[in-house]
Write a protein that binds this ligand. Sequence first.
Ligand code: SAH
Ligand code: SF4
Ligand code: F3S
Length: 470
Amino acid sequence: MDIADKQNKEYINGSKTTPAVFIKTYGCQMNERDSEAIAGMLSRLGYRLVDHESLADILIFNTCSVRDQAERKAIGKIGLMKKLKQQRPGLIVGVMGCMAQNRGEELIQSLPHLDFVIGSGQLHKLPETLDAIIANRHKISLLSLNDEILTSMGMHHEGFLKIASCQAYIAITRGCNRFCSYCIVPRVRGREISRSERDVLAEARQLVDSGVREIILLGQNVAAYGLHGDTRPPTANISPFAALLTKLSAIEGLYRIRFTSPYPSYFNNRLISTIADLPKVCRHIHLPLQSGSDRVLQRMNRQYTAGQYLDIVNKLRERVPDISFSTDIIVGFPGETDADFNATRAIMRKVDFDNAFIFKYSPRSGTPAAREKQQTPQKIREERNQLLLADQKIRTAAHNKQLVGTIQEILVEGPSKRNSQHWNGKTTNARGVMFTPSPTIRSGQLLRIRIQRCSAASLFGVVEDDLKPL
Ligand code: SAH
Ligand code: SF4
Ligand code: F3S
């Protein structure tokens, strides 16, 4: 930052301190990771990160477009900032991320108190955008999607890892080429690109050197890593993603590797046996199913059948007996009949998911499914949602109950937000465990916990003994 810039920044709100930034994040882990990158980028340039909007000179909303509700929530919140800006005219308000990409110009028109919109492909341009706004106070929108973003995918900054400090997200792919017929993500995140293996490994090593013990690999379809955006899973038994897992596993000091989300069709024998052979790869897979009806899956443009999905689950269970699964389901897709819905219910029972995220179908403008005439009535979407939520609640509670009395290995995350007397950790199966800490316990440690009781959603236990690093 040169001196003139610094003076400009000091001019905001007439204050002489460095500008304070508040970042509010909506949407998925990819967006959380992007917010970490934004926080890291700005703090390196001398901005201060604050944790409440009232303390900020610059407000950034990193938004999501995946469902109507996600957009409405953010628009409502951004709308409220108008008043704040009337009270403090120097305030800078900007929208970033997927909704900025989806509705950028429209947002600038309808929310005149916005200073900038930056789409998900241009987040690395934030510093220069802020400089220009501070210097000239004009509105800016940056909405193109291109590969330049790749250069900014590896930015992290110590202290801005949103999740526990022993865990970190690493984006390995960006964008999506699959075009599921209901989904807006390929339109707002652009074409799928993979980061180089060298970059990913370097980022992982750097994070581990700074104390990270668990990495979570992120992408819209992580299992397509390194396949150059080809939407046909390779016929030969190759998997660059499996190769990446193997190389990451070799990093000393790294205890655990998770990833989300893999598209089911990419689980060939190579990937399955790699997971089985690598103990650092957590025994939990988030495997989005979406529907249990072949007819609906086909109309969703998902390239697998319910039977093929079950085959993958069974193969994984055969090779990795202690593996657990979670999933994403959409209810009320256009034309979904009772029979289709019951097929979803049945396969969920068969797989016996540990956890499931159930979404009511939300038409997204510009997607093929939104143009279908036969939209499912809102009331039916709601009913089906409630039914699956109730089914899953029983299943999750039953899984938790089975663990009472067992000893589980957990990675210690840190004190519980709700009750600092308790600490949190996770099992390799991604089950949350709360326990009473002893004075020597540190975040990032592997511990054996004896599970003593459970609630519908959590496990509670006592420390059995420390584990040596793998
Ligand atoms: N790339 C990931 C999913 C990203 S979006 C994958 O394919 O696995 C997260 C979830 O949101 C999806 O799995 C899907 O269940 C849900 N979703 C996406 N579009 C939706 C829509 N239009 N209405 C309701 N749910 C939707
Ligand atoms: Fe959306 Fe399908 Fe891509 Fe997932 S794979 S982001 S659901 S288009
Ligand atoms: Fe939402 Fe964008 Fe993620 S649309 S779900 S924040 S990729």
